[in-house]
Structures are given as C-alpha cells and as structure tokens.
Design a protein around this ligand. Structure first.
Ligand code: HEM
Length: 434
C-alpha cells in the first residue's frame, strides 16, 4: 500500500514542505534524484517519494524534466514492476506512465487528462452513474477553487508563472462555484455558502463520497509547464470527460429502451443527457477566464494532445448516430482509433437507427410517445449544436488562426464540423430513404 494519507489538503501541505525545503537546499532535481536512489536501496511502494515528485512537477512541468530525472524515474518504474501488483502499486505505475508519456513517446490527450483515473464505473445503475459524475465534477471544481484561493492567500507555490490578477482569480472562483452548484445540489440538496471562506473546498471534498480518492486528485494533474492557468484547463477537460462518458451511457441506454419499444423511457433518458450537456455550458464560462497569452505559452508543449482524441465524446456521438463514411474517415474519427475500430466491427444499432421508424412513420399517426421522442432527439441535437458553437467561439478567442494541437487546421476544422449532425438521418424527409 502507498502510505495512507488522510486528506488531500494535507498531502498538498507535504508537497509544499518539500518545496520549501528545496528552496533552502540544493534544489529539487538533486532532491528527487537522491530520494529515488535511496528508495531503490529498499524499494517499497509505501515509501516512494511521491511528494518530492509532485513538488518537482509543479516546479518545472513534465516537458522540462531533465534527462537524469527521467532516467531515474524510468528505472523506478522497472523496479515497481517487479515488486508487487497491489492497487497502490498500480496507481503509482499509472502516475509514472503519465509523467513519462513524453519520454516514452506516448503523449496524448488521454494521458494528459489522466482519464484512466477520472472515469465512471459503468457497472453501476443510471442513478449511481449520475451521482458519480456529480461527485467527480464537484470535487474537480472544488479543487479549482482551492487552487485559485491558495494563490490569492498564500502566494503561488504551485505553477507560479503568469498568475492572473486578483480580480480574475476571484471571478474564476465564482464561476467554478456556479458550475458546481447544479451537481452539488443534486448530491446533497444544497450548496455550501461561498462566503464561508477557507472552508468551502474542504466541505465540498468531504461531502463527495463518490468523488475521486485524495490520491487520485493529487496525481491527476501533471502539467506540461509552470503556467498557473494550466491547472484549471486540465481540471475543466476532466469535468467534460466524465460528462461525455455519462452522456454516452445515457444514449446507449436510450437505444435499448427504444429497441424494446419503450419510447417514453427512451425519451426520459435522452432528456437526462440533454440536461447534463446544457449544464456543462457553465464550464465554458469558467474556461473563458483563461488568459490567451498564458494559454499560448503552455500550449506549445501540449502539441499532440487534443480533445479531438476524446473517446468519450466520439462514443457519445456514435451512440446517437453512426457517423457517415466521410466523418468516419476524417480526423474526427481517425483520432480515436479504438472507437473507430469498434464501430467498424460492431452491429449494435445507434439511437437514430432504432428511433427513426418511431419518429417518422408512427409520428403520422399522432402517437404521443413518438412525438415526445422526436422532441427529445431534436432538443439534444440543438443543445449539441450550441455546445459546438460555444466551443468554436472560445477557440477563436484563444488561438485565433493557429493550427490545432490535434494536427487539424484549428478553428476552420471546428467551423466545418458545425455542419455535422448527431441524428443526421432525422433531418431527411421521412418518405425518402432509410
Ligand atoms: C481553450 C480552449 C479550447 C481550444 C482553443 C480548443 C481548440 C480545439 C481545436 C483547434 C480543435 C480541433 C482539433 C485539433 O486540431 O486540436 C478542437 C477539437 C475538439 N475540442 Fe476543443 N478546444 C478548447 C477547449 C475544449 C474543451 C474544454 C473541450 C471539452 C473536452 C473540447 C473538446 C473538443 C472536442 C470534443 C473536439 C473534437 C471535435 C470534433 O472532432 O468534432 N475543447 N478543439
């Protein structure tokens, strides 16, 4: 077992202490190399110098880890492979796989967002999945509040470069608070008062029984550089990822209901997907406080990681309607080879495959359930179009005419995908085609 750590904020305190110690001594690179050498003499996952490593990553970013540190970490990974297969050993090895992704030439969006850790357990029922998602989003946003607050109150020791002024930090805190109020309210029926000061993040972390573990929260941020804004950027991507995952599961469930001719149930689940997608717009408002110059600086080191590689988003899209061949054979799906391969192999129908007869032929006979279903599909379509438009507007503001980190032309690509529709068959006249 990795050392049992009672609380996320205490862990961060330990990281901060390491940081202070480093300032007073020979510096972090020497400390980490020495610590790893000591650890190699009696390797055990419970004594791995995790605080030193986290402190060091906040101090230089993974893009700038010196070769000697990278080699020492790669050796530690080999040792960890040999010593045990416990859960905490797995966690540590996963963390090292993220830290070493550039070193291994495996760097991508999934690794950047640590998405193996920030995932819902799909074995659970629908209610529990929503709870997991809400708890995760609440914890991630509470962590943004903690991070921004500690910059105002303590000065920036994590990611110290280009810290925004107090006005932006306060605005960010309020927008994060607004974005978490929906999920938090569903979880506990109320939202802690933001004016209660320092206690807000603690209260929020402690109420989220289903949220990621303390260790996962600490280890799911591996910034590429030391720019302050990257913290919020990664956390927001993670919030969207669990939201997309939930939406994909909802649509798969809605398809099963529609196949079983349970059209009302299908409509209700589609409405749930619609509700979380609409709610997620608050995350874009928060992201809009990103400082474009700061984004431009750390973005130079995120080349190769782009949300175009998001499996969750494309799984949601494909669950709504199997993509047409021009989209399937475009960067949109070529960037998610696992999802694309599944689609090429699978015979599972999409929602539009099973919903179309119900929403066209029966619609003529004034069937209420069919009318309801059609309305639910079109509302989701509309919300998705709005999501894409907001995303494009934000992207234009942040990167102008620069190319994307996922190797597309950038905003011209995003403008072109506005034409794509989730339920593209429903937009054809009913009597023509399949
Ligand atoms: C500063 C904010 C953002 C900028 C500048 C931005 C920019 C871009 C660009 C240029 C692309 C095209 C692919 C590429 O070459 O990289 C893209 C794709 C995409 N982005 Fe963003 N993005 C931002 C935030 C987000 C966020 C927060 C999400 C949520 C996870 C997101 C989700 C997506 C998705 C799903 C795609 C693929 C769209 C498709 O293939 O149809 N983006 N983004």
């Amino acid at each position: 077992m990795m050392r049992e750590k009672p609380y996320y904020l205490e862990l961060l305190q330990e990281v901060e202490d390491v940081h202070e110690a480093a300032r007073a001594s020979r510096g972090l690179p020497a400390i980490i190399i020495d610590s790893l050498a000591v650890w190699q003499n009696a390797p055990d996952e419970s004594t791995f110098p995790i605080e030193v490593l986290v402190a060091y990553l906040y101090d230089c970013g993974k893009h700038f880890l010196p070769a000697a540190v990278l080699d020492a970490l790669a050796d530690a990974r080999i040792t960890l492979d040999k010593i045990s297969r416990s859960e905490n050993n797995e966690n540590l090895r996963y963390y090292l796989s993220i830290v070493l992704d550039k070193y291994d030439d495996r760097y991508d969006y999934n690794s950047y967002t640590a998405n193996q850790w920030i995932r819902l357990n799909e074995q659970e029922n629908m209610d529990s999945l929503l709870q997991q998602r809400d708890a995760t989003v609440t914890a991630l946003l509470a962590d943004i509040i903690r991070f921004e607050r500690s910059s105002i109150q303590l000065g920036a020791w994590q990611l110290p470069s280009e810290v925004p002024d107090k006005q932006i930090l306060t605005k960010r805190e309020h927008l994060a608070y607004r974005a978490l109020s929906g999920p938090c309210n569903r979880l506990i029926g109320t939202v802690p008062d933001i004016e209660t000061g320092d206690k807000v993040p603690q209260q929020l972390f402690s109420l989220c029984a289903e949220s990621p573990s303390a260790q996962a929260l600490l280890l799911t941020i591996v910034p590429v550089y030391i720019i302050h804004d990257e913290y919020m950027f990664i956390r927001i991507l993670q919030c969207f990822e669990v939201t997309f995952q939930l939406m994909a599961v909802y649509i798969e469930k809605a398809t099963q209901h529609a196949e079983a001719d349970e059209l009302e149930e299908s409509s209700s689940v589609i409405e749930c997907a619609h509700a979380v997608l609409v709610e997620s717009a608050c995350l874009f408002s928060l992201l809009a406080t990103l400082q474009p110059m700061s984004f431009a600086t750390f973005r130079r080191f995120t080349e190769g990681a782009s949300a175009i590689q998001s499996d969750n988003y494309k799984r949601f899209e494909a669950a709504c309607g199997k993509p047409r061949s021009e989209r399937l054979n475009s960067p949109a799906f070529e960037s998610v080879p696992n999802v694309r391969d599944d689609l090429l192999m699978s015979r599972t129908p999409s929602l539009q495959d099973v919903a179309r007869p119900a929403t066209t032929e029966r619609l003529m006979s004034d069937d209420n359930a069919s009318v309801h279903l059609r309305r639910a599909l079109l509302s989701l379509e509309e919300a998705h179009q709005r999501w894409k438009t907001t995303h494009l507007t934000l992207a234009r503001r942040m990167i102008g005419d620069q190319t994307g980190t996922g190797y597309t032309a950038g905003t011209p690509y995003l403008a072109s995908v506005l034409e794509n529709r989730l339920f593209w068959r429903l937009h054809r006249p009913p009597d023509r085609g399949h």
